[in-house]
Design a binder for this molecule. Structure first.
Ligand code: AMP
Ligand code: ZN
Length: 731
C-alpha cells in the first residue's frame, strides 16, 4: 500500500482512497505568464511518481492540475513596465490570453519531455469564475467572508481551524501581512477572495455580485478541485512554498464552505535550489528545461537527477550534478541496448522480483533513490546475462519513467568533421599523440567524439552534454580547498572574467608584464563566458605556467566566483583584481611588503570610509574602513582565520566592504596604498549591468551587509580608537 508524508499530520500515512480503487489527486499547476522553471518541474515530477506508484499498486488515478491564467497578470504592473513579458507582449499587440496560451503550450511540452503523463483535466482559472463566485457566496452565507473597499475577504478569525496546515506560524502571518498591508482587512491574515477591478483595467475583469473584478489566487484551486474531484478527495500536491499561504487558505475556505474534509492528505515537495538558494526569477538563478536541452542534456537526465534525491530533501541543482545524472541514465540505457542486441532469455521470477522491489520502494513514501539503487545493483551483478538485465530494467521503467529503451548515444552524422577525424587517425598511426589530441579537441568542438576500438578501428558518435561538460565547474566546492597547504608563490592574483576580452587581455598582460622578482601566480576564472575569452585564457595558460584557468559552466555569483580562485590560491598574499585594472609597474612587491605588517588586514589602491555604515565615501586617507574590490589584497592566512567570501553576495557590490569589515572585526587595520602602480579603467560589472537589476541586487547585498554590521558601528574608523588620521566630516 502506498504511504506518503502528510503535511497536515506531519506523519507518513497510508493512502486509502475515499472511493476504493480510485485515487483522486489535485496538483497546483503553473502560472502561465512566464516559463516554468526546473524547480516547478521537480514538483510536477513528484505528482507523476505518485501516480505511477499508485497505478503500480493497482489504483486507478484521476488527476487534476490547474492552469493559473489570471491574478498575476496585473494591468497596472503591465503599464508600469513591472512585468516585462506582458509589457512586451502588449506592445507587440498580443493579449494576456495569447500570452497565457503560449506559456501553457510550453508547459505541456516541458512535461511531455520529462515523461510526465498529462493530467486528466487541466482546468483554467478563467474558465471557472462562476464556480469561484458560487464558493464565495457560500462562504458569505456561512459568515466566513466580508466585503470591504469593494473587495471580498475571507475572515480567518471566524474559522477556528485556520493555521493548522502550516503549523502556524504567527511569524509567517506577519511576514504575509507585511508584504501585503491592506487597510480594508479586519485581520492581517485575512485574504482576498474577490478583488475589485482598478479603474481602467481592460483585461481579466468579470462581472460579479460584488461588482466587476477578478478572483483571488487561492479560491481558484478550491473551486477547480471541487469541480472535478468533488468536495472531498484524496491527495493534494504542491511545493513547500505552497503550504503557506496558498494551501492554508485553500484549506480554510474549502472546509469553511463545505464543512467536509477537503483533501485527505497533503504532499509537499522540497525545493530545487540553484547556487545554494531557492530557484526564483527574482534571485536570477532560474534554469528552464530549454536551458538544459540547449546545452545538449537529455530532459530525462533531469528526471534521473530528481529520482536520486528524496522529494522531502532540498536538491541543489548544478550542471555538474546533471552531468553525472546523464551519465547514469546513459549507463542504464546502455545495459538495455546491449541486452536487446545480445541473446539469452529473461528469468520471469527475477523480473517480477525486481519490479516488486522497485514498486515497494515507491510505495514507501516515494523512496526513489532506493529504487535507483536496486537498478544499479542488478546491473552490477555478475553472472546475469545482458538480456536478463535489460528485461528487468524495462519492467521497472513504467514506474520510473526514464525512457530506458531509448538509444544511449547517437552515431555522428556525416559532416565537416571528417578531415579532422582523418588527420587524427593518421597522427595516431604515426605516434604523433600531441597532434592527435589537438584533433580530438577539434572534433569535440564540431560535436563529435571518437571512440577507439580494440582493433584500431574508430567509431564516431555525437557529443553529448557529458562530453561537453568535461573540465567545467558548477560551484567552488568542486575546486580543492588549498587553504591549509603551504605557500607556493609570493602572490596569487584572483581574476574573474565574464566578458570583454580586450579588458581581460589588457589586465592580464599588464599583470604578467610587471611581475617583480618574487613568484606570482594568476588564477583566472572564465565565469561562464567560454568562446573566444575561454580560448584566450587557455592559450595564455598553455604558454605561461604561472597562469591557471578555471571554466565555470554558468556565471557564478560574485563571491562564489572569487571563492573558486581563493580556494585554489597558494600565494602568501592574494590580490583580488577587477578586469578593469591595469598594472603600470610592479604592484606585487609593495603589496607583499605592506602585508608583512601583522596588524594589517587588507590593503589596496582605493578605499572608503563611512560614519554610519550606510553611505560610503571614497577617501584619500590612508586608514580606511574598507578597501575597494577593484584592487584588494590580503594575506592568504586570513582566509583560514575569517573564512572565504560569503556566497550570499551574488553581486560584487559590498562584498569587498563586508570582507574588509570582517578583518576590522578581527582587530586589523585596512590601509590604502596611494602609490600603488595601478590604474582603473571602466568597471564593466557596474556600467553594463541593467540599471534596474543592478539596483535590486545592490539592495539585496546591502540588506545582507547592513544586517550583519549595523550594530558594529564601533568598527568604523570614524568611531575613533583605531583611527590614526582625524575622521573626515560627514557627507
Ligand atoms: P508557481 O508557478 O510559482 O505557482 O509554482 C508552481 C509549482 O512549483 C508550485 O507547486 C510551487 O510550490 C512549485 N515550486 C516553485 N518554486 C519551486 C522550486 N524552486 N522548487 C520546487 N518547486 C517549486
Ligand atoms: Zn493551488
Amino acid at each position: 500500500m502506498l504511504r506518503l508524508h502528510d503535511t497536515l499530520t506531519r506523519t507518513v500515512r497510508p493512502v486509502e482512497p475515499l472511493t476504493p480503487g480510485q485515487l483522486r489527486l489535485y496538483s497546483c499547476g503553473p502560472t502561465v505568464y512566464r516559463s516554468v522553471h526546473i524547480g516547478n518541474l521537480r514538483t510536477y515530477l513528484l505528482a507523476d511518481w505518485i501516480k505511477r506508484a499508485a497505478r503500480g499498486s493497482g489504483l486507478q488515478v484521476r488527476h487534476v492540475k490547474n492552469i493559473t491564467d489570471v491574478g498575476h497578470m496585473r494591468q497596472e504592473l503591465a503599464e508600469r513596465g513591472g512585468d516585462k513579458v506582458i509589457a512586451a507582449a502588449l506592445a507587440a499587440g498580443r493579449t494576456p490570453r495569447q500570452i497565457a496560451d503560449a506559456y501553457e503550450a510550453d508547459f505541456h511540452a516541458d512535461e511531455a519531455a520529462l515523461g510526465i503523463e498529462p493530467a486528466d483535466v487541466f482546468p483554467r482559472a478563467t474558465g471557472h469564475i462562476k464556480e469561484m463566485l458560487a464558493l464565495i457566496e457560500r462562504l458569505q452565507g456561512r459568515g466566513l467572508a466580508y466585503t470591504a473597499g469593494g473587495n471580498v475577504y475571507f475572515d480567518t478569525a471566524a474559522h477556528p481551524g485556520y493555521g493548522r496546515l502550516s503549523g502556524n506560524a504567527t511569524a509567517a502571518l506577519r511576514a504575509g501581512a507585511a508584504a501585503e498591508a491592506d487597510p480594508d482587512k479586519r485581520h492581517p491574515a485575512d485574504f482576498t477572495l474577490w478583488k475589485a477591478a482598478e479603474p481602467g483595467r481592460r483585461f481579466m475583469v468579470w462581472e460579479s455580485p460584488f461588482g466587476p473584478g477578478f478572483p483571488g489566487w487561492h479560491i481558484e484551486c478550491s473551486a477547480m478541485s471541487m469541480a472535478y474531484l468533488g468536495e472531498s478527495f484524496d491527495l493534494h500536491t504542491g511545493g513547500v512554498d505552497n503550504i503557506f499561504p496558498h494551501h492554508e487558505d485553500e484549506l480554510a475556505q474549502s472546509e469553511g464552505a463545505t464543512g467536509a474534509t477537503f483533501a485527505q492528505l497533503w504532499v509537499h515537495g522540497q525545493h530545487l535550489l540553484a547556487d545554494g538558494v531557492k530557484m526564483a526569477k527574482a534571485t536570477g538563478n532560474v534554469y528552464t528545461l530549454a536551458t538544459l536541452t540547449e546545452r545538449g542534456y537529455d530532459p530525462l537526465a533531469f528526471r534521473y537527477l530528481c529520482a536520486g534525491v528524496h522529494y522531502r530533501t532540498r536538491l541543489n541543482f548544478t550542471l555538474t550534478a546533471l552531468t553525472a545524472a546523464q551519465r547514469g541514465l546513459q549507463g542504464l540505457r546502455q545495459v538495455v541496448a546491449r541486452g536487446a542486441a545480445g541473446a539469452g532469455a529473461a528469468d520471469p521470477t527475477l523480473v517480477a522480483r525486481v519490479r516488486r522491489e522497485v514498486q515497494q520502494a515507491l510505495e514507501d513514501d516515494l523512496a526513489l533513490p532506493r529504487a535507483l539503487a536496486t537498478c544499479w545493483e542488478l546491473v552490477r551483478r555478475g553472472p546475469l546475462d545482458p538480456a536478463g538485465k535489460a528485461a528487468c530494467l524495462l519492467a521497472v521503467d513504467p514506474l520510473l519513467g526514464l525512457g530506458l529503451d531509448r538509444p544511449p548515444a547517437r552515431a555522428a552524422a556525416d559532416g565537416a568533421w571528417r578531415p579532422a577525424a582523418t588527420a587524427r587517425e593518421e597522427a595516431r598511426s604515426t605516434g604523433a599523440y600531441a597532434t592527435a589530441d589537438d584533433q580530438r579537441r577539434a572534433l569535440l568542438r564540431a560535436g563529435v567524439v571518437p571512440e577507439d576500438g580494440a582493433g584500431g578501428a574508430t567509431r564516431y558518435r555525437a557529443a553529448t552534454a557529458v562530453d561537453r561538460h568535461r573540465g567545467l565547474i558548477s560551484s567552488p566546492q568542486e575546486v580543492p580547498d588549498e587553504r591549509d597547504r603551504a605557500d607556493a608563490a609570493a602572490v596569487s592574483v584572483s581574476l574573474v572574467c565574464r566578458d570583454h576580452l580586450a579588458d581581460v587581455q589588457r589586465c592580464l598582460e599588464s599583470l604578467r608584464r610587471h611581475r617583480g622578482p618574487a613568484p606570482v601566480e594568476i588564477l583566472a576564472l572564465d565565469n561562464g563566458a567560454g568562446g573566444a575569452l575561454g580560448a584566450y585564457l587557455d592559450q595564455v595558460a598553455r604558454s605561461d605556467p604561472a597562469v591557471r584557468v578555471f571554466h565555470a559552466d554558468h556565471p557564478l555569483g560574485e563571491a562564489a566566483a572569487r571563492n573558486v580562485t581563493l580556494r585554489a590560491a597558494r600565494g602568501t598574499v592574494i590580490l583580488v583584481a577587477d578586469t578593469g585594472l591595469e598594472a603600470t609597474g610592479d604592484c606585487f612587491t609593495p603589496l607583499h611588503r605592506a602585508l608583512s605588517d601583522p596588524g594589517t588586514g587588507a590593503v589596496g589602491r582605493w578605499g572608503v570610509r563611512t560614519d554610519e555604515l550606510r553611505e560610503f565615501r571614497q577617501v584619500e586617507d590612508l586608514e580606511v574602513d574598507a578597501i575597494e574590490g577593484y584592487c584588494l589584497a590580503f594575506s592568504r592566512g586570513r582566509l583560514r582565520e575569517v573564512g572565504l567570501f560569503d556566497e550570499g553576495f551574488r553581486f560584487y557590490r559590498l562584498l569587498d566592504f563586508d570582507w574588509s569589515l570582517r578583518l576590522r572585526a578581527a582587530g586589523l587595520h585596512n590601509r590604502r596604498l596611494p602609490d600603488l602602480p595601478v590604474t582603473m579603467h571602466a568597471h564593466r560589472g557596474w556600467e553594463e549591468a541593467d540599471p534596474e537589476e543592478r539596483d535590486r541586487l545592490s539592495r539585496l547585498n546591502f540588506r545582507r551587509f547592513y544586517a550583519r554590521w549595523h550594530h558594529r558601528q564601533d568598527l568604523v574608523v570614524a568611531a575613533g580608537g583605531r583611527s590614526e588620521a582625524p575622521a573626515a566630516g560627514g557627507p
